[in-house]
Design a protein around this ligand. Structure first.
Ligand code: CAA
Length: 268
């Protein structure tokens, strides 16, 4: 990946562990004074870094994290305050650079500690799964600002936690702690704060040892579950499942199992 200095994020490529392992991307949201409030500069950079990792054949997956105190406390209220409708509409407020994350075909893990509020919760939900520290707090407090969630909060949250809890959070603006978020299905695992990065690393390293084709096909197929009726989703899955039998990685993965050795995937 081309080295580039960013102003609002920190970006690293980290090696996976084990022979033949791919690398993984590590992106830290880094506007500490504003609790990582998401302004245009940060979202442009996040999109650019995600797309660069997505295009890098040596990278299997990406971790997005924030600080201990805040994954991100939402879209930048200082920036949004003066907008009127014509400007919001014409300039694509909270859309143009926020939608980039949806173009990424490799798995993205959100490693969340502290506040993940408003746009922060929405960015975490746009990732593929969330690992939370025990101090994480999720919420859609836009109602307190006289607006509604604008980056998927009213759509992804009910899909993740069901209608009742999504309505509760978006209508009252209350925060949900990590335990409640795990119970509700928003996050996949909760770990002590001190172990968050190690846990995200472990998950990323596991993926670095797998076939990139299979990782990307898995992501595409699970995402399809939210876009199609069951019969169409099952057909889509079956087509991808059959397609993978034309890959060298399928022969290698199954061959290695039968020969009782570790597989060496070539991502072909
Ligand atoms: N935008 C801009 N600045 C923000 C911010 C945000 N979303 N969240 C926090 N900050 C700034 C604060 O203004 C403060 O700056 P100053 O030091 O210059 O005063 C700094 O970050 C630290 O914040 P606090 O002093 O408020 O810290 P706290 O620990 O007392 O409270 C908090 C933390 C509860 C997260 C509180 O900061 C807060 O409520 N933030 C706003 C949360 C919010 O409403 N998010 C939704 C935004 S709208 C949105 O995201 C729309 C969408 O759907 C995309």
């Amino acid at each position: 990946m081309t080295e580039r200095t960013y102003e609002n994020i920190l970006v690293e490529t980290r090696p996976g562990s084990g022979a033949n392992a791919l690398s993984y991307g590590w992106i830290t949201l880094n506007r500490p004074k504003a609790l990582n409030a998401l302004n245009d500069g940060l979202m442009d950079e996040l999109g650019e870094a995600l797309l660069a990792f997505d295009a890098d054949d040596t990278v299997a997956c990406i971790v997005v994290t924030g600080s201990e105190k805040a994954f991100a406390a939402g879209a930048d209220i200082l920036v949004m305050h003066p907008f009127d409708f014509p400007n919001a509409f014409r300039k694509g407020l909270i859309s143009r650079n926020w939608d980039t994350i949806r173009q990424v075909r490799k798995p993205i893990i959100a490693a969340v500690s502290g506040f993940a509020l408003g746009g922060g919760c929405e960015v975490a939900m746009a990732c593929d799964f969330i690992i939370a520290a025990d101090n994480a707090r999720f919420g859609q407090p836009e109602i307190k600002l006289g607006i509604i969630p604008g980056a998927g909060g009213t759509q992804r949250l009910p899909r993740a936690v069901g209608k009742s809890k999504a309505m509760d959070l978006a209508l009252t603006g209350r925060m949900m702690d990590a335990t409640e978020a795990e119970r509700a299905g928003l996050v996949s695992r909760v770990v002590p704060l001190a172990e968050l990065h190690a846990e995200a690393t472990k998950a990323a390293e596991a993926m670095c040892g797998y076939s990139l084709l299979a990782l990307m096909a898995t992501k595409e197929s699970v995402d399809r579950a939210f876009e199609s009726p069951l019969s169409e989703g099952l057909l889509f899955e079956r087509r991808l499942f059959h397609a993978l039998f034309s890959s060298a990685d399928q022969k290698e993965g199954m061959g290695a199992f039968l020969e009782k050795r570790a597989p060496g995937f070539t991502h072909r």
